[in-house]
Design a protein around this ligand. Structure first.
Ligand code: FAD
Length: 317
């Protein structure tokens, strides 16, 4: 079922959902299930599965280093299929521009259609680790808006190189990313919002936001988006701080601010166990306020570990 239909069906009752990361290549999928299982009692109507960019690895061959391109966490679509099969919930693959030609994207979308996947999260993808800025893959898309366009064309039977008249068209519901504190490359929040509006005008059906730790930023973002005519559901994505290092890492990687009170509370902690607890409590307060404000869904970045998300969901749902 489409995310937008889940939201309509809930009739204003906020839903619980979360995002998972595929395991590192060679690891067992059981660890993933062990972290999903405890969250199923909160009845997520959908679970997002991230896709990682490819990266370079250097293989030592008799003293000479061989540079190879690889994906450390492959298997996003396989995990979506496994989740659908095991839990009977909608699984949403993150489909990226980076690392894929348009043709490869088309084949991926065809696979999604055959698997009965109804939703696609359409993203540009991060720059590769070695790149300073995002470089589009040869034959691939530059911006998420181009990807949204491809998906919507496919929904009409317009494949890249042929128009196929069929009564079995895909009918994907498309999610896109939004940034309450603006995307790191955008010159201003307003210009970033205009880009978001372009994605919606091209047919994106809902927005999931980057993590934020100050709800005021989310509320202002939603207001500015509505003023600009963005009228699709905007789903807040939130994450509990879990280790002290997050104080530097999260602003560095995601360009988000951490409120002073939260920084102080984390800095006072004597262990990461205490930090985890502070993160849970902050996230519970954030979630309760967002829920009271009537957000359609509370979407949690689980980063593969679910004990803290479970503690939050127990207090909020
Ligand atoms: P876009 O919408 O293409 O925007 C990228 C930048 O380009 C923005 O600054 C925008 O303002 C600007 N822009 C857009 N269109 C134009 C244009 N026509 N001309 C000039 N500038 C333009 N990354 C992953 O690698 N894997 C994941 O699974 C993943 N999941 C994510 C899930 C969520 C909910 C979010 C919020 C992010 C996720 N990301 C993921 C990170 C995302 O890929 C990065 O933030 C990426 O840098 C931007 O992606 P986007 O889809 O927002 O890009």
């Amino acid at each position: 079922m489409k995310v937008t239909d889940h939201i309509k069906k809930a009739k204003g009752e906020p839903l619980f959902s979360f995002e998972i990361i595929p395991p590192i290549k060679g690891k067992n999928i059981q660890e993933l299930y062990d972290n999903i299982d405890p969250l199923m009692e909160f009845k997520p109507p959908f679970i997002d599965v991230t896709t990682s960019r490819e990266e370079y690895v250097y293989i030592d061959r008799d003293g000479l280093l061989d540079k190879k391109l690889t994906r450390m966490r492959p298997g996003s679509l396989g995990i979506c299929a496994a989740i659908k099969h095991k839990y009977d919930v909608d699984a949403i693959p993150h489909v990226l521009c980076g690392g894929f030609t348009k043709e490869e994207t088309e084949y991926l979308l065809v696979d999604c259609h055959y698997l009965g996947i109804d939703n696609i999260m359409a993203l540009r993808g991060d720059a590769m680790r070695e790149e300073k800025y995002f470089e589009p893959t040869k034959g691939g898309h530059h911006y998420a808006s181009d990807l949204v366009k491809q998906i919507q064309e496919l929904n009409k039977g317009n494949y890249l190189h042929e128009v196929i008249e069929t009564d079995n068209c895909a009918n994907f519901c498309v999610g896109v990313a939004g940034y309450p504190e603006k995307h790191m490359e955008a010159p201003s929040l307003n210009s970033d919002l205009k880009r978001l509006k372009e994605k919606i005008d091209l047919g994106a059906d809902y927005v999931v936001t980057q993590m934020f730790f100050d709800n005021k930023k989310f509320f202002e973002f939603v207001e500015a988006a509505r003023d600009m005519g963005i009228d699709v559901p905007i789903i807040p994505g939130i994450k509990p701080i879990a280790v002290k290092r997050h104080l530097q890492l999260l602003p560095q990687v995601f360009r988000v601010d951490i409120p002073e009170d939260l920084v102080d509370a984390v800095e006072k902690c004597k262990s990461n166990k205490e930090v985890r607890q502070v993160g849970i409590e902050w996230c519970i307060q954030q979630s309760k306020e967002l829920k009271d404000a009537g957000v359609p869904v509370l979407h949690y970045y689980s980063m593969g570990k679910s004990d803290n998300i479970k503690a939050i969901a127990e207090a909020v749902f």
